[in-house]
Design a protein around this ligand. Sequence first.
Ligand code: SF4
Length: 276
Amino acid sequence: MLDGLVELIRTAVVRLPPDVTAALEAALAAEEEELAALQLRLMLENAARAEELGVPLCQDTGVPVFFLRGEWGEVEPLLAEAVRRATEQVPLRPCIVHPLSRENTGDNTGAHVPVVHRIPGGERSVSFMPKGAGSENCSAAAPLPPSAGAGEIAGFVADVVRRAGAKPCPPVVLGVGIGGTLEHAALLSKLALLLPLGTESEEPALAELERRILREVNSLGIGPMGFGGRCTCLGVRVLSAHCHTASLPVAVSLQCWAHRRATLVERDGSWEVVQP
Ligand code: SF4
């Protein structure tokens, strides 16, 4: 299991998932601005070279975040050990520091790090999503007025992306969580980032909201790495929960073009790493 977890981390940081590669290729095919097209070409070349050389595709190997589905016992120590080994073996850049002293732990672990979310139900699996600081620093959550509809939610998300500008290394991927409580909306926004690009919600109102946010964000003109052009956002997914009649929490998690994630699934008694 430990070797499988190290391989999960290695795959996530080295290999851009196929759905992201396809989205970048589609954006490049549609791009008319020379500088924007150049950025997209460089991203694709960067990803191809990283995979060829077996090295991380970005120097920021992020905060280690795991999502456990199904029934698991006390696996947190094992996940932390996998992060320590991956830090040495891949290697990962030591990114984790004390929040006040800023002292680096040196092995990408610390209090409550790796971050572990448990998702009840479903088949047993472990997803890993290293979260880079450039995009995470631009994520936001807010209690919107309960009367805010799709228009105001889309406006809130577009405004977060507009204010972020080039900082999250666009084109971004957006995970949006609506409803629940504020921390629940934030978790939903992270879970939305695990969903494959090119898919949409099965709930028509949420699918329409995803398309609306994508339209509004892509009309901002920020473009790849802030160089303008058609593509500021590769995809949007929204997950929702019911909420109190007097509240409407909304959270948006920004992810950069290096939208790294991989999942360890159990198949025929052994563990296999898959990517969307
Ligand atoms: S935001 Fe993403 S692409 Fe930019 S430096 Fe951080 S991890 Fe790398």
